[in-house]
Design a binder for this molecule. Sequence first.
Ligand SMILES: [Zn+2]
Length: 329
Amino acid sequence: MSQKKNLFVGAIAFVAPVAVGLIVGLPLLEKASSPDPAKVILPQIDSKESATEAIATDQPVIKVLTPQVETAPTAPLQDAIVQDEVQPIDAAEHAPHLDGTNEENAHWGYSGETGPEHWGNLSRKFTTCKSGMMQSPIDLEAANTSTEITVNTDYKPLEANIRNTGHSIQIDVNNGSVLHAHDKAYKLLQVHFHTPSEHVTSGRTYPLEAHFVHASDNGELAVLGVLYEIGKKNAVLNDVVDLIEQPLDPETTKAPLIDLNRLMPNSRTVIRYMGSLTTPPCSEGVNWYVLAETQTASMAQIAKLHTAVGDNNRPPQPTNNRLIIKPAQ
Ligand SMILES: [Zn+2]
């Protein structure tokens, strides 16, 4: 593709992520060997129902007081974050280790009979995990278009509110921090960590990946991924790790202020594609932005995060000829 065309493709990708699959994705699909391109695209719209239980067990303590736009295909995603995850009082209902009879609250994990390869069979709500054609994470080496895309983060200092959800270590955010991607603003809801990484490059796993989860006012989700190599320790991660080891009593101790920007490198150049939640119900329609540049963390920091939760990475999923845009070399 010419550079001009690449830019054009990139612009469309930002303006209308869903349309991208349909408009820009089709030419790619026509070239590909896939026998039925329509099949590849359709499941993206199909995420409505399963999305209602999105991230059900990872309850951020935040309420996003934004109107739902009924026509937005991804609105239920935000709805799910609000309804299913705000109230600690419902924690017992959503607790893991329920018996398999309650499908809505099916227990899932990262190994054995509740591991990623079984998610799609654990509950009717999770079927997208096995039937979805635009699942995350992916091998980023599958990028098939190159255009420079940068996002903007307006993340404000935050009193660290850190907890172990059972599936990851999570920082809840509700302080007006925003991700700007093209002309859209997405509010930051929470940050969590995967050890090892979920996104890989040419099959290579990184020791750590952070996910910054955002929602727009009309309920569209955007996740910014940051991959870490082992190296210099990260100052902010140190606070996170300390708080895992010694949780604060909010009654008596003020949480330290952390600067989320320092969890990532300076560059906001991204690899961009349309994907899904990487945990059940694996709802699709999620805008993925993975920073092209990696950050570092020390081996000790990564080990402490890993000790808290264990392996919590879903393996890479088929890309199914999706449009995956990486920066030009
Ligand atoms: Zn994640």
